[in-house]
Design a protein around this ligand. Structure first.
Ligand code: FPP
Length: 256
């Protein structure tokens, strides 16, 4: 334990700690199946892993954590599972927001929330309002989110500005498009983690992940804990991020 915290300190000291971690929490269903439990039991256990990883990120000084709670494709699941997931979101928000607020966590939701029922929408709005001034950790929950949707809504907003005469088509570049995507005000993810053994991005933060380090683990989400996060952080700390430059340039820069 002491050794782990020393390692984390030294990662931070070397500036090798990600500022933003984005996670696809996969494997809840399989976790439940292995125990002959209904899939929903896996999602319920997944909430405990969410709590653990929020605390672990906060205690390490990671500024932003983004979690994929429900993709725009997840509506295709059996209606019973979708309904239970919605109930779980409502229940979790009702139960956790006060505690998150006390712990200095700012909550943000990204995705098309108009598809959710009004009760869930209003819980999301209230949670964002209540925690807006917190600064310890920004917890972004992607709900009814898709990376293609994000880019399409960014393009639509720019097109509206062109129609309104505020902008010319020739003014549109990557920088302007980026400004219209979700979480443009936050640093882009440095580290992406996907649990559950699949090695896919699955329409998550497509724009924002352009230079993100990818980390995949076979662990199922309900089993993800502090030690598993530490493994991912250690892998991240050992990587050289070049952003298009050569390794020699990066090393020179680090020495300077
Ligand atoms: C993927 O596992 C998980 C989901 C689609 C839901 C994630 C939801 C939670 C962890 C709980 C709530 C979270 C918050 C932030 C309130 P899967 O069902 O695809 O697992 P499988 O691949 O084993 O079937």
């Amino acid at each position: 334990m002491v050794q782990e915290s020393l390692q984390a300190d030294s990662l931070a000291a070397q500036q090798r700690l990600p500022r933003h971690v984005a996670i696809i929490m996969d494997g809840n269903g399989r976790w439940a199946k292995r125990r002959s439990l209904p899939r929903f039991a896996g999602h319920r256990e997944g909430v405990k892993a969410v709590r653990r990883v929020v605390e672990a990120c906060k205690s390490r000084g990671i500024g932003t954590l983004t979690l994929f709670a429900f993709s725009s494709e997840n509506w295709r699941r059996p209606s019973m599972e979708v309904g239970l997931l919605m109930d779980l979101f409502v229940h979790t928000l009702q139960k956790e927001v006060r505690r998150l607020h006390r712990n200095g966590v700012r909550l943000r939701f990204i995705g098309d929330r108009s598809a959710f029922d009004l009760k869930l929408q209003s819980l999301m709005d209230d949670a964002e309002r209540q925690t807006a001034a917190n600064t310890d950790l920004t917890l972004v929950i992607a709900a009814n989110y898709g990376g293609r949707w994000d880019m399409a809504q960014a393009a639509r907003r720019l097109a509206q500005r062109v129609e309104a005469g505020e902008l010319r088509a020739g003014d549109i570049d990557a920088e302007r498009l980026a400004q219209e995507t979700c979480i443009a005000d936050l640093p882009e993810p440095d580290l992406f983690i996907r649990t559950g053994g699949e090695q896919r991005i699955s329409n998550y933060l497509l724009w924002q992940l352009a230079y993100t380090e990818l980390y995949f683990t076979d662990l199922l989400w309900p089993d993800f804990d502090d030690a598993a996060l530490e493994d991912a952080l250690r892998s991240f700390a050992g990587r050289q991020r070049r952003f298009g430059r050569t390794g020699e340039q990066v090393e020179q820069n680090e020495r300077a």
